[in-house]
Design a protein around this ligand. Sequence first.
Ligand code: ZN
Length: 325
Amino acid sequence: MENPKIFVHGDSSSKDKVIGEIEDSRKKTWDSILSEDELNLLKEGEIEKDEMMMEVINISNEITNEFIKDLGLEPINVAHESIHLVNNDTYEKITGSSTSAHNNMGHRSIFIRNLNGKNRPPEIIIPEILHEIIHYKHFESQQAFDIDKGEGKIRYSGPFRSGLKVFLNIKKSEVDVGDYEDYFEGLDEAIVSEIEKRVLPRLIEKSELVPKKSFSNEIRSAISNHVNVPVEEISFVTEVGFSPFSYYNQRKVLYYVIDRIEKKYMDLSKDEILLKFFKAHFSGNILEIVRLVEKTFGSGSFRVLGGMSITKESSENVLEKLMTM
Ligand SMILES: [Zn+2]
């Protein structure tokens, strides 16, 4: 298994030590991190991947690496052992999340909620695996500092950036990883979903086992007319219904930003501008997109974009603000 590079912020005197600690903790398998109860839960709740799921993971790994190489960046591999298909109970207890798929940054693992639940046909897992692998391969940096709670210093290390998402203001009085404010989560998801939308057809085309009919243009166009959703926003169609591509509200804000940048910079096409956002997601180098946004919308506008979370309301508020800038 390969890991993204680790950049440590803060506490510069012991950077090497912190990097060593983070690398060590990443080498640990789930077996050594989980408590006995949690381990039993994983053993009970893990669903064996069938041939199709193994193929989906392998192709998703391949095509995301091709995408990264086309951006001129170093590819990262994800092993199928790092991806766990688990039942609902195990999913909720291990991830503590109500979502359907989860990329656990600290332990370099992806969890996908099971296939057996209501409205969870096998097709739904395919774009989810791809989406989480795009998260998995993002740029990551860590922050580290010492906390003194009166009983000597305790080293805290945790995420600082993942993709475009930034973790700020971790409460230094508590060693609690969840205690932070995050920014740019909406933009991060917009970019991941946009990449997912672009590479999913390649996955379907390469696969020999995925039911191609569910993803065909014919069936997607037919349902599009019925449900009044643009055909390009429909991911797949099954007997239980259709699934749209994720984070449409956040992507609408991204599309608006790209539109405005294109109008300002006549020599750049929409695709060329989008590629710069994709590149920032994998490389961590955001200077170019900050400059484009701020020169188009004015000073402080990149921070406005950072305020977009994953709710619909927040994306609408941010869009409204940007339209006045
Ligand atoms: Zn996501």
